[in-house]
Design a protein around this ligand. Structure first.
Ligand code: NAP
Length: 306
């Protein structure tokens, strides 16, 4: 049994990670929001930007592994408040990576948004060039992690799933709009490689359990547009695909200048672990099957190589 701390434990990814690990390990969650899982979990509530809260939390958790999922994730909010974004995603990550116990593995979850977004299937060896403040602040977090410790994993990803309901995810919004009979307009010129959150948790745990270190892209197999993702979700849910209309990012007024192609290649991850990454339809089937299930049931089959 390992001691594992998970920051952002009340968010989408952190909650699924903690729910999977708490079945076999001593897990301490850190967040400013309440825990919404159905298993008992120790959660310390506070703001990680507060050095006293960090020190007290790390003293109590004594982590052998720290999985850092807390972040300022709203792309437009980061654009509006760049100082806060760099503090929350860059400086805080560096502080945590330096303050964890010396032998602790530091796992930093980061984004496909670190690239310029004009080439498909970017790899770990490609040079980042983020267009948004969010992307730049997360890249800052990657550098802080690398500077603080060699004992790290940096995982770039893009995922979807069912949240606590506090912040509706885009896939939740899409499902709810389509099931209520509404039509939605989705970009057919914006591409990504989405991964269902439980599929990501399985692969994160495999990276940790396999003793891997360094930077990995962990995304879905398929590069799809937002429009194709919407059509896929409607089809798998048995809803009319005609409700999904085509739109263009060119015509949208977005505060942050979005990259057009966020797709990542997970080849390095697959080579290192011997695992595959699922296609979009496979992920959407699992997502829909998990609707309404408690967290513990969603993660019940996650392998535990730790
Ligand atoms: N969702 C995606 O598709 C995606 C894609 C690429 C990368 N990522 C990365 O994956 C990680 C997890 O994302 P997510 O979608 O699970 O995010 P999320 O649902 O917003 O969860 C993050 C949680 O951390 C909390 N938090 C943030 N800063 C904190 C602080 N200073 N002190 C205490 N709690 C704090 C958040 O509270 P507040 O809501 O109050 O801030 C929230 O409860 C992030 O690092 C994100 O950058 C996400």
């Amino acid at each position: 049994m390992l001691s594992i701390a998970v920051s952002g434990v009340s968010g989408l990814l952190g909650a699924h990670v903690a729910a999977a690990l708490v079945r076999h390990h001593r897990v301490v969650g850190l967040d400013r929001h309440p825990w919404w899982g159905d298993q008992p979990l120790t959660v310390l509530h506070g703001d990680l930007m507060d050095p006293q809260f960090r020190a007290a939390s790390l003293a109590e958790a004594r982590p052998e592994i720290f999985i850092h999922c807390a972040a300022m994730v709203n792309v437009d909010a980061c654009e509006d408040r760049p100082e806060l974004a760099y503090a929350a995603n860059g400086v805080l990550t560096g502080a945590l990576a330096r303050e964890v116990p010396q032998d602790c593995l530091f796992v930093y979850v980061t984004t496909d948004g670190v690239f310029r977004g004009d080439e498909p299937f970017r790899r770990e060896t490609d040079l980042p060039c983020p267009r948004t403040v969010y992307g730049r602040s997360k890249l800052h977090g990657e550098w802080e992690t690398e500077l603080a410790t060699d004992n790290h994993l940096i995982v770039r990803t893009n995922f979807f799933g069912w949240s606590s309901g506090l912040k509706q995810t885009s896939a939740e919004w899409l499902f709810s709009a389509l099931s209520s009979g509404a039509s939605v307009t989705l970009f057919d010129d914006f591409f990504f490689t989405p991964l269902y959150v439980v599929d990501l948790v399985e692969r994160l745990i495999a990276l940790v359990g396999g003793g891997h270190r360094g930077r990995f892209h962990v995304c879905g197999q398929d590069r799809v547009s937002k429009h194709e993702f919407g059509i896929g979700l409607a089809a798998v849910a048995g809803l009319p695909t005609t409700r999904v209309q085509r739109g263009s990012i060119e015509a949208a007024t977005l505060r942050a200048p979005r990259p057009r192609d966020m797709s990542l290649s997970s080849a390095r991850f697959q080579q290192a672990t011997g695992l595959t990454v699922p296609g979009c339809e496979q992920g959407l089937r699992r997502f829909l099957a998990d609707r309404g299930r408690p967290l513990s049931e969603r993660v019940a089959t996650v392998p535990q190589p730790l």
